[in-house]
Design a protein around this ligand. Structure first.
Ligand code: G
Ligand code: G
Ligand code: MN
Ligand code: NA
Length: 254
């Protein structure tokens, strides 16, 4: 397929770039982490959304070289900001379920950490709730090995799948990210708000960091704060930004 060839070329010819979205404390004063998100600027077609090309990368196996490039780039960027004297913060990379199921993933992460010299505590992997469902024994073993490298693991999009609290107990998780679709529905008194309140309560008991995604309004933030949520991401604080703009923001906030 044409798009497959183009994507292969994009990976080789550096048409892919990264943007970074901050995770802030509930007062919106401090940046406590970043999530890296991939972007593709095609020379003729312009910007292509990861929602379009990630599934193609997954189908064609290109997700593996793409994922390796992503991990490497994020670790290099984080290392570079630390060397410039910015306060160290964890940076998260989204891991496709296809990457978790690949046997060599632990080796790859280990290699990238060694190559870049980034301390593992500053790398976080976001995995979707859905990827815990399939072949969950193998996934459990992989996550345990990744965890033993010293990196952080977050469950992404929590609330879109089975939202099983059993995952929290079973898998070596540091953080839970409450999906935007949930955040959108929380208004005072709504049933969904009560559910989010309860999830945050349990996550707190389990000593997990809870991060709300896609926060766009102050009312959502206030409600989430009252539920005991720790951090948030969303346009209300900042859109994802290219590295130079993100660096500027880090200097101002931290
Ligand atoms: O950044 P944006 O909202 O356009 O992303 C759309 C979708 O693509 C989201 O589901 C997001 O998780 C996914 N995505 C964005 N960047 C990456 C990435 O670097 N790796 C993977 N596997 N998925 C990504
Ligand atoms: O699947 P994942 O959670 O990794 O995807 C995150 C996506 O959500 C990113 O593509 C990012 O651009 C998008 N996003 C982040 N904050 C907001 C927000 O406040 N509103 C909307 N509509 N999208 C957001
Ligand atoms: Mn994510
Ligand atoms: Na999400």
């Amino acid at each position: 397929r044409l798009i497959e060839k183009e994507l292969r070329q994009a990976i080789e010819e550096n048409q892919l770039s990264l943007v970074y979205q901050p995770k802030a404390d509930m007062k919106g004063q401090q940046i406590l982490g970043l999530e890296a998100l991939v972007r593709w600027n095609h020379p003729e077609l312009g910007w292509i959304s990861p929602g379009t090309f990630i599934p193609i990368a997954e189908e064609t196996g290109l997700i593996h070289p793409l994922g390796k490039w992503l991990l490497h780039s994020v670790c290099v960027q984080n290392r570079s900001w630390q060397e410039k004297g910015l306060p160290p913060i964890p940076m998260a990379v989204n891991l496709s379920p296809y990457e978790i199921r690949q046997e060599k993933i632990v080796e790859h992460v280990q290699e990238v950490l060694a190559e870049t010299g980034l301390e593992p505590q500053w790398l976080e992997l976001e995995i979707t709730e859905g990827s815990l469902l399939e072949d969950s024994f193998a996934t459990l073993k992989t996550l345990e090995q990744l965890k033993s490298l010293g990196i952080r693991i977050a469950i992404d999009d929590f609330g879109t799948g089975y939202s099983s609290l059993a995952y929290i107990n079973r898998f070596p998780i540091d953080a839970l990210k409450i999906d935007k679709s949930f955040v959108d529905k929380i208004v005072l008194g709504a049933k969904d708000a009560k559910l989010v309140d309860a999830i945050i309560g349990i996550a707190n008991i389990m000593d997990l960091t809870v991060i709300a995604e896609g926060v766009e309004k102050e009312e959502q933030l206030k409600l989430l704060e009252s539920f005991g949520c720790h951090q948030f991401q969303g346009y209300f604080f900042s859109r994802p930004l290219p590295a130079d703009a993100m660096e500027e923001m880090l200097r101002q906030h931290n």
